[in-house]
Design a protein. Sequence first.
Length: 247
Amino acid sequence: MDWDSGLYDQKHAFVAEYGKELLSYVPDNLEQAILDVGCGSGTLTVQLAKLGARVVGVDSSEEMIARAKNILPEAEFCICDALNMPFTAEFDVIFSNAVFHWIKDHDALLKAIYRAMRDNGKLICEFGGSRNIAKIEAAFACAYAETGRDYHSEFNFPEVKTFSGLLEKNGFKIELIYDFDRPTPLSDGKMGLRNWLRQFFASELQVVSGAELEYILRKVEGLTRHELWNGHEWRADYRRLRAIACK
């Protein structure tokens, strides 16, 4: 997916805002090395930089990394796929917010994280869990089909049991893992849902013409209005999975 870093920061700042709660799980140790996997535009990397001696941010988006470097020029940043990170036993903490659901192969991901982590290191992560955005995805699939196209989800929203099994298989000891509902207000009033769709379904929408695009956006709004629109803002049906685990 091509990320519009400006749109992301302006319209979807809630992603990083919710991620700030995860920072409370980072150990109190200013000598530690921290890796921010899927750092995006660096909003949370800035906070992580206050919690360790070395902080590295990685992301597959060149545009996001460029923005992050402008925000935090003193930190290290690397453009790379999370499955192919060039690190071996370098980090005490590996942190990730709202990223793992974009990665199809969680087994390979956890192997890469384990490899990058020092002994007794800690993984702190949160991402979309089972049934995340279920209402939005169902509505989008319906609207997309009406334009003669099939929707194939790019997301990986696992059950707690599934992700727990992968953590244990890959050598992690689980300290905490659970999922929870997080109805999430979308900014910009009536435009909130369509802004969200343009960002997070960008791959599907880039092949749609102007008239068809407007039809899809209106259709999704219509199908979800009863449950997700409260009269002044849209609330996305987010469901998150949070895990803390040690190597």
